[in-house]
Ligand binder design. Structure first.
Ligand SMILES: [Zn+2]
Ligand SMILES: [Zn+2]
Length: 762
């Protein structure tokens, strides 16, 4: 049979992942002629083949994909006959609409790691070794298509040897955009704050290790920003970092050299190990083996690799049995840990509420926090934090979706009629753009609580719009009148009169996000438990039960409102929430109670707060389950003022005892759940562990009670479901419950929900 000419377009993660050389090698193997190039929608192939050969070729193409590639769709059309002498990789075609994906940053691959430690290799010890199948991507991209000239590697001129590798389709560094070597690539430099020390490359690594061993704090430039690093086994160093960063208790993430070191520090199940070793290399929250600086010795976990020497400083994750661990993901990390032979505290370099530092200018704000800085001259174009995940009931739950995962595209079960830009929420913000049946979600941006963070937020929006040449027709945002995102949205609408506004209720967006990720088309029963989200009635919602579809929702039940004394202040002070509930239960008589919450205030404060509560002065009404956790933590004397968000929930998790059965009473009437009987019962409980455990059971019972009459899928979302215990208990009771796996249950998933809320808008 005579061959015909076919035009094949492949969509998905197909650029910057060695896809063209892969197609080239495959075509050669099949003896086919034609060409392959990067287009704006993916990879475009022209091929002369018989229908039978074409089929075999496409089958092999899908079966033998390069490690970082993934295919969403293959479109094949027969076109007018063309003649080719051989098969060629041709230069990038830039016409047409941009729908190709930006590849995320991935960790160093096994082959590069081998070369890194091979004295005979020309890149031996080179801290920026990389190939087509590994290394930085998103963080160095200015624009698509992903070519060296569109990245911050354009400032480095390749040497002859690198260029030969880069241009040889059969070399494993063919078109590896960040390719470089000792001769031509980026260079390391060790400095003292703003002062240059004139120490470079290998010597810089040796010196850094020396300083770390001395207990110094070093800012180290990574992939999407700087880390602050110190010796994780050194109490004094960790304490110094806490004091200087003014972060008294929030746990630090720890980077371990390898799985063996990680196993010494935490219990790791198979799913968790897979995540630790995955190319995304997220921080994984694990059950710590270390308590009070000592390995816990019991018969079940004794093995010879463990010693009684403190494996990790006590103050890395004070009072918590969970530890966030990750493995090195750059050659530089590997070189440091190889020499150090100890775990490292590695926390994002930023001031609280500010975005991660991505250059020396932004690191300025941390003067006095670090002693030295290990710097390099490859610019970070797009900031990106480390990702954080955990495994609950065998499911991966992502808490912060950033490096390795972002930006990723999510396929919708339907096509959007309009191009939509979603502004996200105010905490743990992400933004998204949606077109056709695709949503591109930005990496974790953070809390929009400072000028710097709002600038970073706007930059992220601009980046997505620029790279995708995206002009929105709809801008979707939260209903909260005081969110920064609304101000930015409104200014966009002022600038572009054709832009339509769409406000989306916070908890509806939460549930819609999960529905979109799971491609659910129909109605669901959504449970949205979180801190606070602005309700349709102007109250602060957060304990919501809603029947949801893409076209709207019905709020079928909620936690009965209670007063947050002091409004915003109550969010940081669990004792204020607890006090409000005590007043609700006992009126003024609460002041005479002998309970921790009352003792956490002075007499004068109590008097003032009672009047405020009684008269309703700055006491917004809330139905938030997040605040309920806070209240319980204060009532039991565990936490009255939080030093970081989510602290109260973590402390409650620590005290949960699975052997405690039963729950506290609550009343469910007319769509409202009265929790005062629960509060009163908690006060009567003598044992804190029993109180905490029964409180968890009570929340599950509430869900069961409200959900009982509905024959709809049970969807869970909201920041409260980051609580491992609650999530485990709900899964135990409802094994088919649905939680998102690729977007976070917290406000990081809101932008996706906002996009899909625009589904029916003409
Ligand atoms: Zn590699
Ligand atoms: Zn070179």
């Amino acid at each position: 049979m005579e061959p015909s000419t076919y035009k094949i377009t492949i969509e998905g993660t197909v650029q910057g992942v060695g896809f063209r050389p892969f197609v080239y090698t495959l075509a050669k193997r099949f003896g086919l002629t034609g060409s392959v190039c990067n287009g704006t929608q993916g990879v475009e192939i022209e091929l002369n083949a018989t229908p039978e050969m074409l089929e075999r070729f496409l089958q092999a193409l899908q079966e033998e994909l390069p490690p970082l590639a993934s295919i969403d769709a293959i479109h094949t059309v027969e076109c007018e006959a063309l003649h080719f002498d051989d098969f060629q990789i041709v230069t990038t075609n830039q016409e047409g609409e941009r729908t190709v994906r930006i590849p995320p940053d991935v960790s160093i691959c096994a082959e590069c790691e081998k070369e890194l430690f091979d004295p005979a290799n020309r890149r031996y010890g080179y801290p920026f070794i990389t190939c087509t199948h590994c290394g930085v991507r998103y963080s160095i991209i200015y624009d698509l298509p992903y070519d060296r000239k569109n990245t911050s590697m354009k400032f480095f001129k390749m040497c002859k040897t690198c260029e030969a590798e880069y241009t040889d389709p059969l070399d494993r560094r063919y078109h590896a955009q960040p390719i470089g070597c000792w001769e031509c690539g980026p260079t390391l430099k060790l400095g003292m704050r703003n002062e240059e020390l004139g120490i470079e490359d290998n010597e810089a690594i040796d010196k850094t290790v020396e300083f770390l061993l001395e207990g110094k704090i070093v800012a180290v430039k990574g992939v999407g920003g700087y880390h602050l690093m110190c010796d994780a086994t050194n109490d004094a160093a960790v304490l110094k970092l806490r004091e200087r960063k003014q972060r008294p208790a929030k746990p630090f993430a720890v980077m371990a050299r390898d799985m063996e070191m990680a196993r010494g520090l935490a219990e790791i199940c198979e799913e968790e190990e897979t995540l630790l070793l995955s190319k995304e290399r997220p921080i994984v929250l694990l059950k710590s083996k270390v308590e009070g600086g000592q390995v816990i010795h019991d018969s079940s976990q004794r093995d010879k690799s463990q010693t009684t020497r403190p494996l990790i400083a006590t103050n890395v994750a004070p009072n918590l049995s969970r530890i966030g661990l990750f493995l090195p993901y750059t050659p530089l990390h590997l070189l440091l840990l190889e020499r150090l032979k100890r775990p490292l505290v590695a926390t994002s370099a930023n001031l609280s509420d500010e975005p991660i530092c991505t250059d020396m200018a932004s690191l300025e704000s941390l003067q006095g926090v670090y002693d030295y800085v290990l710097e390099h001259d490859r610019q970070i174009v797009n900031g990106c934090d480390d990702s954080v995940v955990m495994v609950v009931a065998g499911q991966e739950v992502i808490l912060r979706r950033a490096r390795g995962y972002a930006p990723a595209s999510i396929k919708l079960p339907f096509s959007l009629r309009k191009r939509t830009l979603a502004m996200g929420a105010n905490q743990k913000n992400t933004v998204a753009i949606g077109f056709d049946n695709q949503v591109i979600l930005s990496p974790h941006i953070g809390d929009l609580g400072s000028i710097g963070s709002v600038e970073y937020y706007e930059k992220n929006i601009e980046t997505l719009k620029r790279i995708y040449e995206f002009a929105p027709e709809i801008v979707a945002y939260d209903k909260h009148p005081n969110y920064e995102s609304i101000k930015v949205a409104k200014s966009l609408i002022t600038q572009h009169s054709t832009l339509n506004a769409l406000t989306v209720q916070h908890h509806h967006a939460h549930i819609l996000g999960v529905m979109a990720e799971k491609q659910i088309d129909g109605k669901v029963f959504g449970v949205a438990f979180d801190g606070t989200g602005y309700g349709d009635d102007g109250k602060l919602w957060g304990g919501e039960f809603m029947v949801c579809g893409y076209d709207g929702y019905e709020r079928v039940a909620h936690i009965d409102y209670f007063k947050l004394i002091g409004g915003e202040k109550a969010i940081k002070e669990p004792r204020r929430v607890a006090l409000g509930l005590l007043f609700e239960c006992f009126g003024e008589a609460a002041l005479k109670l002998d309970v921790p919450t009352i003792q956490a205030f002075s007499k004068t404060q109590l008097h003032t707060l009672y009047i405020a509560w009684q008269k309703g002065l700055n006491t917004p009404l809330s139905s938030s389950v997040g605040r309920l956790f806070d209240a319980v933590a204060s009532l039991l004397g565990l936490c009255h003022v939080m030093s970081f968000e989510g602290e109260s929930g973590m402390l409650l998790e620590e005290l949960y005892d699975a052997s405690v059965t039963g729950h506290y009473p609550f009343e469910y009437k007319g769509g409202e759940i009265d929790i005062l009987p629960t509060i009163a019962a908690i006060l009567d409980e003598e044992d804190v562990t029993v109180a905490v455990s029964k409180f968890f059971n009570t929340l599950v019972e509430m869900i069961a009670t409200v959900y009982a009459p509905y024959d709809l899928p049970l969807v869970l979302s909201g920041g409260v479901f980051q609580n491992r215990i609650l999530l485990e208990l709900v899964f135990r009771r409802f094994p088919d419950a649905i939680i998102s796996n690729t977007i976070p249950p917290n406000d990081g998933g809101i932008a996706l929900g906002q996009i899909v809320a625009s589904r029916f808008i003409e």
